[in-house]
Design a binder for this molecule. Structure first.
Ligand SMILES: Nc1ncnc2c1ncn2[C@@H]1O[C@H](COP(=O)(O)OP(=O)(O)OP(=O)(O)O)[C@@H](O)[C@H]1O
Length: 686
């Protein structure tokens, strides 16, 4: 038989199994739906036992349905043939037939581990590993690795090779796909590492860090649904664009109970994607801000009343600015969050008024302490004063007050330079929308001020809490596991914010120091260590193969940072396409026209997405050059939004400008140049 007809025969063989799996899947769906309907019946009886039973049934039925209804494409993707002659099919979920025999083994089950772990050197009882590729319910291809030729039966067929290469060469769509069929051994080691403590995954661009982190989340949820499922898993990533790009990976594996948040969306009730100029973001992210904010809270409110004057039984009791200042200092020194100190503030004022009354006492005026305190304490004018002098503090308002350079300079004395104060004050004075770096400051202030009285913060229209109520309590901090992607870019203030969400969590931390856009890694490391608390167990995995870029593209990207790193820090790209990137110098006046032309050419040549990456400052300008293109596969992004993203073809416009704009220079360029899977064009203004 020819290789072609052998392959058709093997495809037909697998199709028969796949048909059985889908038929059984239909049965299981029907059973789960029936169970859900039955649980409603139970509810009608309304006894506490029946209601409890109903809730358990309903929860179970809904979870099962959710898992069974996950994207059905590629449900069965692998098969292992063992030395003892058994065949095991591997899939995105586990399915048993009516006799309870395995029709499909979940990729996360121990039985499936050999699919990822077996190598010709250590075949682990596996003779042949097969990757099955399907389109909907139709098997279209099989691809085999023969791991143990000596133990293979005579008639065993081995078809084609390179399931991984085929997967990597395929064009990319809007969203990231799961990689369950082709997870590589070094990746699988990180995915299946124990849950507790901190698991750190590093590696260069395209080594699959994000993919591995998401598959690890799915794996951990599968292995310990009870511990992780309730408290939940949080995944934090750089931008909303990125979160949307990775949003389908977990649901495609049947996992819905994972919260995905960009750094500008971590705090409940407010979300932003706006970024500051690098220098401003750097100051806002620095841990010096903790002290600045602490001090800012101790300052009197901007419209603080200058004196307190109360008429009491013919006497005028007066506290002047100096006396009020001394009372404020004493209250501040107690270290209690100001919103929790409001009663104490009232008591301190009344006590000072009593002292004043004592000083004024004579034969006509004989004040009584209890009487004075009760009477003045109930007066509306006293309360008006208190509200103005010691107002309830709302984090966003406190931050907005710092747009006054004099006020900020007081809070930042000896912490920020005059130039830094100006930059920050200006950024808040010109505020139309909060920035991503502000969110961590607002979160810090939330803790420092303490909870304000239960009245909605007077926020501007754009900052109104989103109407979509979070499923968990506001600013929930009980996640059982937190995944941080692109961790190299978190500022110290952002580490503090994320750390608050995982007080009792185990962690998966994913990043690449070489791609860092944070200028002071040591400061961020300290904040990170604090955020992770006293986690003792710490394991580290390094991924060394770049699966995204063609070798030709990665060669150009690596050039940008070659002299900044040791050779071992750069991954090796495994796939050659024979297509060299195009690097062109263009006169500035012609840049718009040439960009338009180059992008149209990339769209014509690439099957999937095309990304145009430029400086943050020129984003809108470059987008306007391309407004006539009108192809939904085209994306124009600034360098920061390109973090973690991937496109089939990329045009990098103004690479030198991009490096110059970032505080980490060529590292930012390295990120931009390493986004393409197939084609890269670089346009450098002359
Ligand atoms: N084992 C694999 N099989 C198939 N595709 C893979 C595999 N590993 C990684 N990929 C693909 O390689 C690309 C890069 O993966 P990913 O985005 O996770 O890399 P990364 O290390 O996070 O990159 P960066 O640091 O540049 O953000 C993705 O398209 C991913 O699906």
């Amino acid at each position: 038989m020819s290789e072609g007809s052998d392959k058709q025969a093997e495809i037909a063989l697998e199709q028969r199994h796949v048909d059985r799996v889908y038929a059984r899947l239909d049965e299981l769906r029907a059973e789960a739906a029936a169970m859900r309907d039955k649980s409603y019946e139970y509810g009608r009886e309304a006894t506490p036992e029946a209601l409890n039973e109903r809730d358990v049934m309903l929860h179970h039925a809904n979870r099962t349905l959710q898992a069974l209804n996950a994207e059905s494409e590629g449900l069965v993707f692998g098969r292992l043939d063992t030395a003892s002659g058994d065949a095991v099919h591997i899939g995105r979920l586990g399915i048993r037939d009516q006799r309870f025999d395995n029709l499909l083994v979940d990729w996360r089950a121990p039985m499936a581990a050999a699919f990822y772990q077996a190598t010709p050197e250590h075949p682990e009882n596996v003779v042949r590993r097969r990757v099955i590729r399907s389109s909907r319910e139709q098997v279209v291809d099989v691809s085999d690795d023969l791991l143990d030729p000596d133990r293979a039966p005579e008639d065993m067929k081995v078809i084609g090779d390179g399931a991984l290469m085929a997967a990597l060469s395929r064009s990319r769509g809007e969203t990231m796909r799961n990689i369950v069929a082709t997870i590589q051994k070094e990746q699988d080691d990180a995915i299946r590492a124990p849950e507790g403590g901190v698991t750190e995954i590093t590696g260069g661009p395209g080594t699959g860090k994000t993919a591995v982190a998401l598959h690890r989340a799915a794996y951990l949820l599968y292995r310990d649904q009870r511990r992780l499922g309730g408290p939940g898993v949080l995944v934090v990533g750089p931008s909303p664009v990125f979160m949307s790009y990775i949003s389908r990976v977990l649901p495609s594996m049947g996992e819905h109970n994972v919260e995905l948040r960009a750094l500008g969306e971590v705090l409940d009730g407010i979300s932003t994607a706006r970024v500051d100029e690098p220098r401003t973001a750097e100051i806002k992210g620095s841990s010096r801000m903790v002290k600045v904010l602490r001090r800012a809270l101790r300052l009197p409110p901007p419209d603080e009343p200058g004196e307190l004057r109360i008429f009491y039984r013919g006497a005028v009791l007066k506290l002047d600015a100096e006396e009020l200042g001394a009372i404020r200092r004493r209250l501040n020194n107690k270290g209690v969050p100001p919103n929790k100190n409001r009663m104490k503030a009232a008591d301190a004022l009344l006590e000072a008024l009593w002292q004043r009354a004592c000083e004024l006492a004579d034969e006509h005026f004989r004040p009584d302490r209890e009487e004075l305190i009760t009477e003045i304490g109930e007066r509306i004018e006293f309360h008006r004063f208190l509200v103005a002098w010691w107002p309830a503090l709302y984090p966003m308002q406190v931050l907005r007050w710092l747009s006054d350079p004099a006020r900020l300079a007081r809070a930042a004395r000896k912490l920020l330079s005059a130039e830094e104060v100006d930059l920050l004050a200006k950024s808040w004075a010109e505020l139309t929308e909060w920035t991503v770096a502000d969110i961590a400051l607002v979160d810090e202030l939330r803790v420092l001020t303490g909870p304000p009285p239960k009245r909605r913060e007077p926020v501007a229209e754009a900052e109104q809490p989103s109407t979509e109520a979070p499923r968990r309590p506001f600013n929930y901090d009980e996640y059982a596991h937190v995944v941080v992607d692109e961790a190299q870019d978190l500022s110290p203030m952002q580490w503090r914010m994320v750390g608050r969400r995982g007080k009792h969590a185990s962690w998966t931390i994913v990043g690449d120091p070489v791609q860092s856009s944070w200028p002071d890694p040591a400061e961020a490391d300290t904040a990170r260590a604090e955020a992770l608390g006293g986690q003792h167990s710490h394991r580290r995995f390094t991924l060394r193969t770049n699966y995204r870029n063609s070798a030709e593209i990665f060669e150009v990207a690596a050039e940008a940072v070659r002299d900044l790193v040791v050779p071992g820090d750069l991954p090796s790209a495994v796939r050659t396409t024979g297509v060299a990137p195009e690097v062109r110098e263009v006169a500035e006046a012609e840049l718009a026209g040439v960009t338009d032309e180059a992008v149209r050419e990339l769209l014509a040549r690439a099957e999937g997405t095309v990304g145009v990456i430029t400086t943050m400052a020129r984003r809108a300008e470059v987008a306007s050059w391309l407004s006539g293109v009108g192809d939904p596969r085209l994306r124009v992004v600034g360098s920061l939004d390109a973090k973690g993203m991937e496109y089939d073809a990329v045009a990098v416009v103004d690479p030198e400008g991009l490096a110059a704009e970032s505080s980490t220079g060529r590292r930012a360029l390295y990120v931009a140049l390493s986004r393409a899977t197939q084609l890269l064009t670089v346009l450098e203004p002359r």
